[in-house]
Ligand binder design. Structure first.
Ligand code: PLP
Length: 395
């Protein structure tokens, strides 16, 4: 029908799913094959090894579940804990809220530490709660590394130090869904027992893989943990994965895509990937400052390098900015969720992204904000980001 086509590319700037590089898309166009063939392990066995590297884990075990990140949350908890076990969980955004809800629904007793949205996990409060738990009833601490709803990154190294300072044996579980592959993540150094991610963010793939990297300690816990589990059972996976197979039909194209996406990360270099995300995020933050607006993240120490949640002025509905951006300029921005619905819009700047792509999105944000009645100087944010990119270019 005439008029139904939107020419050019959709600007995908939600904080996941992210752009899938063309070579990764091509790698996923594969004929179906027998996942029990003798050559299938040639694909899968190196894939488990390569995936482990992005967690910076030496001897963790990687599980690749056909699910989204939520399934990986569930897998981590149900495989390693028993009904009634107490876990300590800071709550400061929609994703920490949802993980806590899931933990409660699988029968765990969650000690919630509420923090203001726009801040993150407080290591001092975590240490205090653990010191108070003399009987060691708390079995695990659950932290969302990068709270995608508010654009807040918590300091997981500091959480580890807090657990150690309290001399508490609790395990540490970290949601790295919107950080792993984009923001530095150090499973071994931080003593992370279950690190969790999904395929559709830093890994530049479609949604469909829920990934857990479990420490040897978490694997030992899984042998006695009593939460009910079936599809996500580590034991079934471990048995099949050991020889390169799965206990059920795996999502083949995603596995081929993952292999290619990991090659992309390796070719760029993981540290360079983190530096690129930092530089792009600094450009986005320079734009927000130039607009005279603020981030939901209350202090620079909380700034996320993968998502900027931009507060809209009083009297403006952030959802209107998002709707105008999409309808008029083919730009997809992230919505404000729950407590912050209507109060902000989110720019996702993660995955396969460069300066000019982000500048295009910032330009679209400016137009949509002005259309929604926000008084910003046209071009001000784009100019500030441009200058940042020029000043920090490598050659
Ligand atoms: N955790 C975080 C930090 C997220 O950003 C998301 C999704 O955006 C999830 C968990 C849930 O992941 P999924 O939507 O892949 O189930």
């Amino acid at each position: 029908m005439a008029g139904s086509r939107r020419p050019g590319r959709n600007f995908l700037f939600v904080p996941g799913p992210t752009n899938v590089p063309e070579r990764v898309q091509r790698a996923m166009i594969v004929p179906m094959e027998d996942h029990r063939s003798p050559v299938f392990p040639d694909l899968t066995l190196p894939l488990f090894e390569e995936t482990r590297k992005i967690f910076k884990s030496r001897d963790g075990q990687v599980f690749l579940f056909p699910s989204s990140g939520t399934g990986a949350w569930e897998a981590a908890l149900t495989n390693t804990l028993s009904p009634g076990d107490r876990v300590l969980a800071p709550r400061f955004g929609q994703f920490s809220t949802l993980w806590i809800d899931l933990a409660q629904r699988v029968g765990l007793d969650v000690e919630i530490q509420d923090e203001a949205w726009g801040t993150g996990a407080d290591p001092a409060r975590i240490e205090e709660a653990l010191r108070a738990d003399r009987e060691h009833r708390i079995k695990a601490v659950l932290v969302v590394h990068n709270e995608t709803a508010t654009g807040v990154t918590s300091d997981i190294g500091a959480v580890r130090r807090a657990i150690d300072a309290a001399g508490h044996p609790a395990m540490l579980y970290v949601d790295g869904v919107s950080s792993i592959g984009s923001i530095d993540f150090r499973a071994d150094e931080w003593g992370v027992d279950c690190a969790i991610t999904g395929s559709q963010k830093g890994l530049m793939l479609p949604a469909g893989l829920g990934i857990v990297c479990a420490s040897q300690r978490a694997l030992a816990a899984s042998r006695t943990a009593e939460c009910r589990r079936a599809y996500f059972d580590f034991a079934d996976q471990t048995k099949a994965n050991a020889t390169g197979y799965f206990p059920y039909t795996p999502p083949l194209p995603l596995l081929y895509g993952l292999r290619e996406a990991l090659r992309c990360l390796e070719e760029e270099g993981l540290e360079q990937v983190f530096a690129r995300h930092r530089r792009l995020a600094d450009g986005a933050r320079a734009a927000v400052r130039a607009w005279g607006l603020t981030l939901c993240a209350r202090e620079p120490k909380w700034h996320s390098d993968t998502v900027s949640a931009v507060m809209v002025p009083e009297g403006i509905n952030g959802a209107e900015v998002i709707s105008l951006a999409y309808r008029r300029y083919n730009l997809a921005l992230g919505a404000g969720l729950s407590q912050v619905a209507g109060k902000l819009f989110r720019i996702g700047h993660l995955g396969d992204l460069n300066e000019l792509m982000l500048l295009g999105a910032l330009s679209g944000c400016e137009m949509a904000m002005r259309d929604a009645g926000i008084r910003i100087e046209p071009g001000s944010g784009v100019a500030a980001a441009q200058e940042h990119f020029r000043e920090t270019r490598e050659s």
